[in-house]
Design a protein around this ligand. Structure first.
Ligand code: 3MF
Ligand code: MG
Length: 350
């Protein structure tokens, strides 16, 4: 058996190119326009923030939110697209400046829980049981400003509220060590899985591993994935690439370190990723320099690189690799892998 790979991305991956030092450089595309591009780019799954699915949801009642999501579900069906997950976007509201679930202010924590429940409603109306939690501001700028023990207790309480609210919902935590915070409380896969074990239903808490986030934590993404697979917790991935320890770059998959990307693909394939419906999610930003009419290539190209690396991995001689491992000839193993990555025909893109 091998992996079965279907691809997804979120509408935020087609974007206007603003960065902290300059304004937007590309026009805003409507959600409708973006939706129309998925299939042509080779994607069948859509990742959602709650307000990608239901804009302005803070101004709507729970019933209005469910009605809007139900209309969107019909629209997705028309396009032949599937909603992969919904993620509460907690980090943009003025109430969550100091975090949501771990905020010191009780009113901020109450808002975060309320918004998370609305996200679960949206997920269910879109036909998915998966909620992704990127714990963006659940950390500190100043060590003394929050209590790290209390913060973890509060995260557990928040997860319990969500698990209790909907007995079917599964929660994939997306760990990230920094940005926007100096330090976050759930920086790695190990932290995320351990957090799940403190909840009322650990079987419904897993992870979303983003390559760049693992690299920012000084870790190898494929090792993080292996750790999650050993716990049966790898419920989705955010593939991308990252050039060292700096801001979260979300570069095209494989564009910095092809071998690091290869090892992610090889592991996912070896452990039949996708055979239980898991998606290959991308979380990739187009370069700011990319002209508007060419600003979706990062997505198609990342999928292309994934599939090329899969082809290479499957073409390798596993018996030869086993023999090299057996004789501890890791130098030769290294050369064999590098040759595999070098000796492939160039493929012009569409
Ligand atoms: C931040 C991220 C986020 C999350 C997304 C889904 C904007 O580093 O990776 O992308 O993936 O919010 O929860
Ligand atoms: Mg991500």
């Amino acid at each position: 058996m091998a992996g079965i790979f279907r691809f997804s991305f979120g509408p935020w991956n087609i974007h206007e190119g603003a960065d902290p030092f300059g304004p937007t450089v590309r026009p805003t595309l409507s959600f409708e326009t973006k939706l129309g591009q998925y299939k042509a780019l080779g994607f069948d799954g859509v990742q959602f923030h709650d307000d990608d699915a239901v804009p302005n949801l803070n101004a709507l009642s729970p019933q209005q939110i469910i009605a809007a999501a139900t209309t969107l579900k019909a629209r997705l069906d028309d396009e032949g697209l599937t909603a992969e997950f919904v993620a509460p976007r907690l980090w943009e509201d003025p109430r969550t400046i100091d975090g949501g679930y771990t905020a010191n202010a009780p009113a901020a924590r109450a808002y975060a829980l309320e918004r998370s429940q609305r996200s679960i409603d949206i997920a269910r109306a879109l036909g998915t049981d998966l909620l992704v939690l990127w714990l963006a501001r659940e950390g500190t700028y100043v060590r003394e400003a929050k209590d790290s023990k209390v913060a973890v207790d509060r995260l557990v309480e928040a997860l319990n509220v969500m698990l209790d609210y909907d007995p079917q919902i599964r929660i994939a935590i997306e760990p990230k060590p920094n940005e926007p915070m100096d330090h976050t409380y759930i920086p790695t896969t190990g932290h995320a899985i351990a957090l799940g074990h403190l909840t009322i239903d650990p079987s419904r808490v897993g992870v979303n591993i983003e390559s760049a986030h693992a690299i920012l934590a000084g870790l190898d993404p494929s090792d993080e994935m292996g750790f999650a697979l050993a716990h049966d917790k790898l419920w989705t991935v955010h593939l991308n690439d990252q050039n060292g320890l700096k801001f979260d770059q979300d570069k095209t998959f494989g564009s910095v370190d092809l071998r690091r990307a290869f090892n992610q693909v090889r592991l996912l394939d070896a452990y039949h990723y996708g055979s239980r419906g898991e998606w290959v999610g991308l979380d990739i930003k187009a370069m700011r320099s990319q002209p508007a009419e060419l600003a979706t290539k990062h997505l198609a190209n990342s999928r292309h690189i994934f599939l090329r690396l899969l082809e290479i991995s499957r073409s390798l001689d596993d018996a030869h690799i086993a023999a090299l491992v057996g004789s501890r000839d890791y130098e030769e193993l290294e050369r064999y892998i590098l040759d595999g990555l070098l000796c492939t025909p160039r493929v012009p893109t569409a």
